[in-house]
Each structure stands twice: as structure tokens, then as C-alpha cells.
Design a protein around this ligand. Structure first.
Ligand code: PNS
Length: 163
């Protein structure tokens, strides 16, 4: 039974994240999408809201669950008996930060392996930050997020994102 942890801020979940989740769900027995409570600086969505959006957007993936963690990722991975950490790599620009984080996590706990997965190329420009900016400015985000996330953005920002 191989369990992998996919950690992140997910503020909010994008179709790029979802693409990585779908790929991981095909390869592993169990995928835990772990929302970092203290990840982003000033998140738009609370950890519970982010977790709920992930759950509502992955209902068809029966081996995927979502959770909230705080503290060190390596400790959470051990608690969950995780076999590896999954991270998405969109472009070379992601690499340096991801490389640093993966090797630091390995230094903290030699047993925690990090695996990188590439989302579909058409999502390589996509980020939660840009989605929030577009939604805040009244742009249409329906190509970038699930209907659940689009509605939550519209509810939070009180404007046209749900068109
Ligand atoms: O989606 P993000 O913001 O790129 O995710 C970053 C995240 C949450 C995976 C990272 O900040 C993290 O693992 N935070 C938990 C605290 C921790 O273990 N820090 C040391 C990382 S080397």
C-alpha cells in the first residue's frame, strides 16, 4: 500500500494541481493532498475552505483525500506513514526552490523521498496567485479552476468570477 503526500498552499486548488493529483492517483494506492496551515503569507481561503474545495473537486478520485497539516512536512509525512512527497514542476523557474526544499527535507529526514510530476504543458503558466488576481479583477477563471473553486472565488470576491 503506497501512500504519497502532495503538500502545498492550494490557495486555491487550480487545474494544474488537479492534473498532478490525477496523475499521482493513477500511480499510487493513496494520495493525501495536504494543505499547509502556515504555508502562504496572507491566504484568501482558510485551511478548512481549501481542504473542502480539494475534497469537492476530487470526489471521483476514490483514493484521494485531503488533510490540513502544520509544522514540518517531514514530520507529517512520517505520521501519515507516507512513502514519498509529490510536488509539481511547471517550468525550470520552479526548479531551484523545489530542489532546495527537497534536499532540505531529505536532510531533515533521510527517509522522505520527493518525486516531481509535470502537469500538462498547457498548465505550465498557471498559478493560484494569477488565478486570484484574475478573479479579483473580474476576469473569467473557468479555464483554470474547477466549477467549485470558481464559485468559491466569486463568493469570496463578490464579483464576476462565476460567469
Ligand atoms: O504551494 P506551496 O506554497 O509552494 O507549498 C509549500 C509547502 C507548504 C509545501 C512548504 O512551505 C512546506 O512544506 N511547509 C511546511 C513547513 C516545512 O516543512 N518547511 C520546511 C520545508 S524545507
Amino acid at each position: 500500500m503506497k501512500t504519497v503526500i502532495y503538500p502545498g498552499s492550494f490557495d486555491p486548488l487550480t487545474n494544474g494541481h488537479l492534473d498532478v493529483i490525477q496523475r499521482a492517483a493513477r500511480l499510487f494506492d493513496k494520495v493525501v493532498v495536504a494543505v499547509a496551515r502556515n504555508g502562504g503569507k496572507q491566504p484568501l481561503f482558510s485551511p478548512v475552505e481549501r481542504k473542502t474545495l480539494i475534497e469537492h473537486s476530487t470526489t471521483e478520485l476514490t483514493n484521494v483525500s485531503s488533510d490540513i497539516f502544520e509544522g514540518l512536512l517531514v514530520e507529517y509525512v512520517e505520521q501519515q506513514s507516507g512513502h514519498a512527497v509529490i510536488r509539481g514542476l511547471r517550468a525550470l523557474s520552479d526548479f531551484e526552490y523545489e530542489f532546495q526544499m527537497a534536499l532540505m527535507n531529505r536532510k531533515l529526514n533521510e527517509k522522505v523521498e520527493t518525486l516531481f510530476m509535470m502537469p500538462r504543458a498547457s498548465y505550465s503558466f498557471l498559478s493560484s496567485q494569477l488565478v486570484k488576481e484574475i478573479a479579483t479583477l473580474g476576469g473569467d477563471v473557468s479555464a483554470f479552476v474547477t466549477p467549485e473553486v470558481r464559485e468559491a472565488l466569486a463568493g469570496k470576491l463578490g464579483q464576476a468570477g462565476a460567469n
